[in-house]
Design a protein around this ligand. Structure first.
Ligand code: SF4
Length: 311
C-alpha cells in the first residue's frame, strides 16, 4: 500500500473513533494482565463476566495468592482452558511478587518470562497499561494486515514488524485497537462487510464483497448501502423479476446512477470522499411500474467464493 494510502487509512479510522478502547474490563496493570491472559481463545464478553466478581476481590498478585488456585478456578470455570489458565495466573502472580515487587513490569522480556504470557499478551499489556507503541497481532490484525496490503506476512511476527514499519508514528498508540475493531466488526473473517467499510477504496483485497440489491424494508423500499471504490455507488444487480433488472452494474458513475431502474441518487446521497457509507432509500414508486416487491433480506456475497451468479 502506498504511503499516502496508509496515512489516509489510519486517518479515517482515527476520525471515526479518536480514542478507541479495548473491550476487556480491568482496573490496573495487574488485572489487565490477568484479563488478557484469560482471554486467549475466549470472548471478551465471557472473560468480563467472570472477572467482574473476581476483580472485586482481587486487585494485586498478593490478593490472587490469597484466593488460591481453587478459588480462582471457581471464578473462571466458565472460560475455556480455565485449569491451565488458573495455574499460569497463580504462578505469574507468585513470580511478580518474587521478581518485581508485586508490580507488572513495562518490559517485554520480563512479561514474556511469565507463564502463559506470550508476545501478543505482553504487547497488549504494554500498549494499554503503559501507552507503549506496540501492535499485538491477533487473528483479526493478522487478517487485516494481509487482506488490505497494509503489512502482508506469513506469521504474526512478520505482520507485526510490517505494521510497526508502515504505521505513522502519530497513529501507533491506537493502531492496535483500530485494527482489532475493524477486524471484529467490519472486516470479518468469513464475510467482510466491504460495502460499508470505511477504507474500502484503499484496501487491496481482491475478494471484496459487493452488495446485492434486494427489495426490502417497510413499504417495500429498496435499501442500498452505497460504498465503493471512488465516488459513486458500488452495487450488484441480480436478475430481479420485479425490477426487470437483468444485468450487473458496478461502480455506478455520478449523475443518474441507476438508469436501469430510472432512479437518480442525489450527489449528497452518494458516497463522499471521506469514505463514509451512506444509506440510500429508494421507494418503490421511484422504480419503473411502482410494483411492490416482496421484502427480502439484504445480503452480501463474495463473488470469489460464491461464484459470479450470486447467492
Ligand atoms: S474493504 Fe473489505 S477486505 Fe478490505 S478492509 Fe474493508 S472489509 Fe476488509
Amino acid at each position: 500500500m502506498k504511503k499516502s494510502d496508509v496515512e489516509e487509512f489510519y486517518h479515517r479510522l482515527s476520525a471515526a473513533n479518536p480514542a478507541p478502547k479495548g473491550e476487556l474490563n480491568w482496573t490496573n496493570p495487574y488485572t489487565l494482565l490477568v484479563a488478557v491472559a484469560l482471554s486467549a481463545q475466549a470472548t471478551d464478553v465471557g472473560v468480563n463476566k467472570a472477572t467482574g466478581p473476581l476483580f472485586k476481590k482481587v486487585k494485586s498478585p498478593k490478593d490472587m495468592l490469597k484466593l488460591g488456585l481453587g478459588g480462582l478456578k471457581e471464578h473462571i470455570k466458565t472460560i475455556g482452558l480455565y485449569n491451565t489458565k488458573a495455574k499460569n495466573v497463580i504462578e505469574s502472580s507468585r513470580l511478580l511478587i518474587e521478581r518485581h515487587g508485586g508490580q507488572v513490569p513495562d518490559d517485554q522480556e520480563a512479561l514474556e518470562a511469565l507463564p502463559g504470557v506470550g508476545r501478543k499478551t505482553a504487547n497488549v499489556v504494554r500498549n494499554i497499561a503503559f501507552g507503549a507503541s506496540t501492535i499485538a497481532v491477533d487473528t483479526h490484525i493478522f487478517r487485516i494486515g494481509n487482506r488490505t496490503g497494509l503489512a502482508p506476512g506469513k506469521t504474526p511476527l512478520e505482520v507485526e514488524k510490517g505494521l510497526l514499519k508502515v504505521t505513522p508514528e502519530k497513529y501507533l498508540r491506537h493502531a492496535h485497537h483500530w485494527l482489532i475493531l475493524l477486524g471484529r466488526y467490519v472486516c470479518k473473517a468469513r464475510k467482510p462487510d466491504c460495502p460499508v467499510c470505511p477504507v474500502n477504496d484503499l484496501c487491496r483485497f481482491k475478494g471484496k464483497t459487493i452488495l446485492s440489491i434486494d427489495g426490502g424494508g417497510a413499504d417495500a423500499a429498496f435499501d442500498i448501502v452505497g460504498a465503493g471504490a471512488g465516488p459513486g455507488v458500488q452495487m450488484m444487480h441480480r436478475s430481479d423479476p420485479v425490477l426487470g433488472v437483468k444485468k450487473r452494474q458496478q461502480h455506478a458513475p455520478a449523475g443518474p446512477v441507476l438508469p436501469d431502474l430510472g432512479i437518480e441518487i442525489a450527489p449528497d446521497q452518494r458516497r463522499g470522499a471521506e469514505g463514509a457509507a451512506e444509506r440510500v432509500a429508494i421507494h418503490a414508486d421511484d422504480v419503473g411500474g411502482g410494483q411492490l416487491p416482496k421484502p427480502r433480506r439484504r445480503r452480501f456475497w463474495n463473488p470469489r467464493c460464491c461464484g459470479r451468479g450470486g447467492p
